[in-house]
Ligand binder design. Structure first.
Ligand code: MG
Length: 336
């Protein structure tokens, strides 16, 4: 099942994308938030729209994006040529991208031209976590996965080498396009992944080439940090990374999921008087939609008896309550 998050007029909602690819698709609007619900048990509002008449948004607003570096052997080799370092890593190399780097299909990638001279694409399979979880054995990873989507781990390559750690290089606003939707019924073990720039193929690999597969990554990451519903795991990029320039159209296609496309636009840094007027649309939507977290309560009910996790999660939920009431007035279309 393909589940998308979309905007139609002033409203934001989730919906099921229906139809065969290559044909005009429709989107069937859902009640509330699908997380924590068996995808087979989602409820429809009865409203259906041609997909071309809605704006797709990033399919989730994650609390964090956990990413893995150097997870394809051939990419490790090409990075060695660029940086002069490293053999194959002995363990997965983890880093975080901020939630504010997330953007959706069709949104621009903003190139901060005064801060970096090289911005690269990195096509990747993204895993969407569906349940609150910690210490997940790889045999049970499938139980905590909601679905999969395409990702572009956009990277300021010069800053990555200069800084030694990757927060700045990976963390700019719009540096984490996700989409176009989540595919829930999928085996991630052997999917073709292709990245194109202006139609030319730059990366092509299969997820069977991953050094650590999806279940192993879930086990490894969840042994470090609790994962919340909607959190995103980027599984690493294959060889063929390269630079983007102003106006480039970059697409990441994953077999059985779809194609994520974004255009690169130069972002000159604003003067002091403009600083608060220059927020990307996605960040504004993210603040307005905080009440969505409150609708994750069914997921809490699904996780069982772990009191610490429930307390942690309840704090997050209650923290959003006041802001939620105000935003609810704006987002009636999302109300249950
Ligand atoms: Mg990457």
């Amino acid at each position: 099942m393909r589940i998308a998050r979309f905007a139609k007029g002033d409203g934001v909602a989730y919906g099921v994308v229906e139809g065969e690819l290559e044909q005009p698709l429709t989107i069937a609007e859902l009640h509330g938030h699908p997380f924590g619900i068996d995808p087979a048990g989602v409820r429809y509002t009865g409203h259906r729209y041609p997909l071309a008449e809605v704006r797709l948004l990033a399919p989730v607003l994650p609390s964090k994006v956990v990413a893995v570096g150097k997870n394809y052997a051939e990419h490790v080799k090409e990075m060695r040529k660029l940086s002069g370092e490293d053999e194959l890593p002995a363990e997965p190399v983890l880093f975080l991208k901020p939630s504010t780097s997330v953007t959706g299909h069709g949104d621009r990638i903003a190139y901060p031209v005064k801060l970096t001279d090289r911005v690269d694409y990195e096509g990747e399979l993204a895993v969407i976590i569906g349940r609150l979880c910690r210490d997940v054995p790889k045999e049970r990873a499938v139980d905590v996965i909601f679905g999969y989507t395409c990702a572009n781990d956009v990277t300021a390559r010069d800053l990555q080498f200069k800084d030694g750690q990757w927060t700045r290089a990976k963390g700019f606003d719009t540096f984490c396009p996700l989409g176009p939707w989540m595919e829930t019924g999928l085996d991630p073990a052997d999917l073709g992944l292709t990245t194109t720039v202006n139609g030319a193929v730059r990366q092509h690999a299969r997820t069977s080439e991953l050094l650590w597969d999806v279940p192993s990554l879930i086990e490894f990451v969840s042994s470090v940090m609790t994962l919340l519903p909607g959190d995103v795991l980027l599984t690493g990029t294959p060889e063929g990374v390269g630079a983007l320039t102003d106006g480039d159209e970059v697409s990441v296609t994953i077999e059985s999921i779809g194609t994520l496309t974004n255009r690169v636009v130069i972002r000159d840094l604003p003067g002091p008087a403009e600083f608060s007027r220059n927020l990307p649309g996605q960040a504004v939507a993210q603040v307005a939609e905080l009440p969505l977290h409150m609708r994750l309560r069914p997921a809490v009910a699904a996780v069982g008896e772990d009191r610490d996790l429930l307390v942690l999660y309840r704090d997050l939920v209650v923290g959003g309550e006041d802001r939620g009431r105000r935003a609810d007035a704006v987002h009636q279309a999302d109300a249950d």
